[in-house]
Design a protein around this ligand. Structure first.
Ligand SMILES: NC(=O)c1ccc[n+]([C@@H]2O[C@H](COP(=O)([O-])OP(=O)(O)OC[C@H]3O[C@@H](n4cnc5c(N)ncnc54)[C@H](O)[C@@H]3O)[C@@H](O)[C@H]2O)c1
Length: 353
């Protein structure tokens, strides 16, 4: 039985508390938050769980692992202390405020042989697993591009801009689906409500294999939209996370290019095709809506964390994935500050150039 402590009982922490409490091979032992009123709520709901507003007291409890669900600027300090005290750590997304902090935590966890995982929840979403499989089997053909929209009215955060709040989800999904390193990032955005915080942003990510990624994030939108569109040379797919029952649509649609270049007539996207006849042939086929399991991603994620601890395996969303996402966010911020100038990324050496 793994004893778990949860740090932070704001919006997201209570979800971890519920899931940890429900797990059969783990025990929710302690909860820490600076706000004592929130701790009183925890005591009412989960009698027997130790609560404290002091991090040092929290670490003295009999806990093997810590889940960190506090604001981003606290992640590095709390995770570092927890690792130094021999605890396995799962940090909520985004992993840290910058790539240097992420690197330090990775090195520390490796040195101490402790599990370091990042709460990139969509890595544990059955819809993302399905898409990964679909792309891996080559069903969509060559990937042309991925567009992500994550929009809603709020929730505004005082501590980070909309990119650091919402884009970690889409970037982690893209990194998994494209399976290639991002090599350049540009971002434009603006602030409408608080001049210190960007609340609408458009990010462009160029991958080494030529795939283009776009992420539109906004706290100022009339509708809740969580949608990812993937365009391939053979088929296209739309993942609508807001839909309860029809999360993924696969469209057998495309453009057949009768070309003069290589004569294969299928438009292979190598940039050398030319139409020999105009207009091109559009292909309209079936639309398939696959069954997607409704397993709760957070439950799958927490079970995976426990499995990694007990079996000594590397998490699917390990510190390196957290670092990759953080590096893209960092590059996006850098670009935002220069009105959208392209920032090169060298993830192989894990440094923003
Ligand atoms: N994976 C997801 O889908 C998802 C969803 C929402 C939020 N998050 C992430 O979860 C984290 C927390 O977000 P939130 O929306 O719950 O924030 P929040 O502001 O609602 O809550 C943060 C809580 O942490 C407490 N806190 C702050 N500093 C502390 C410290 N030093 N020690 C103990 N407690 C401290 C605060 O009192 C507050 O209760 C963020 O990293 C956020 O990005 C992830």
């Amino acid at each position: 039985m793994i004893n778990i402590g949860v740090l932070g009982c704001g919006y997201w922490g209570p979800k971890h508390i519920r899931v940890c409490h429900e797990m059969s091979n783990a025990k929710l032992s302690a909860v820490c938050d600076l706000d004592e009123k929130k701790l009183q709520q925890v005591q009412i709901q989960y009698p027997g769980v130790k609560t404290t507003p002091r991090f040092s007291d929290f670490l003295r409890n009999n806990i093997d692992a810590v889940v960190i669900a506090t604001p981003v600027h606290t992640h590095h300090r709390l995770a570092r202390e927890a690792l130094l005290n021999g605890k396995h750590v799962m940090i909520e997304k985004p992993m840290t405020s910058n790539s240097q902090e992420a690197l330090e935590l990775i090195e520390l966890a490796e040195k101490r042989k402790l599990v370091l995982m990042v709460g990139h929840t969509y890595q544990y979403h059955p819809a993302v697993d399905y898409l990964k499989d679909l792309i891996g089997r080559g069903e969509l053909g060559q990937l042309y591009g991925i567009d992500a929209d994550r929009l809603n009215l709020g929730l505004f955060r005082p501590d980070v801009n909309v990119i650091w709040d919402l884009a970690p989800h889409d970037i982690s999904i893209m990194l998994t689906l494209v399976n290639s390193d991002p090599i350049a990032v540009s971002a434009r955005g603006t602030h409408h409500i608080d001049e210190r915080v960007c609340d609408v942003a458009y990010i462009e990510v160029l991958f080494a294999n030529g795939t283009m990624g776009h992420v539109h994030v906004s706290w100022l939108h009339p509708r809740k939209i969580r949608q990812i569109t993937i365009v391939g040379s053979q088929k296209m797919a739309v993942y609508d996370d807001v839909s309860e029952t029809e999360k993924i649509h696969i469209y057998d649609k495309g453009v057949a290019v009768p070309n003069e270049g290589n004569g294969n007539g299928n438009g292979n996207g190598n940039g050398h095709n030319r139409f020999s006849a105009w207009p091109p042939n559009y292909r309209y086929g079936n639309v398939v809506i696959p069954f997607i399991s409704n397993a709760e991603p957070l439950k799958v994620e927490c079970s995976h964390f426990i499995k990694c601890i007990t079996e000594g395996i590397k998490p699917k969303s390990d510190g390196r994935m957290g670092l990759r996402v953080t590096s893209v966010l960092e590059a996006a911020d850098k670009s935002l500050a220069t009105a959208g100038q392209r920032v090169k990324l060298d993830l192989a050496s894990m440094a923003v150039v």
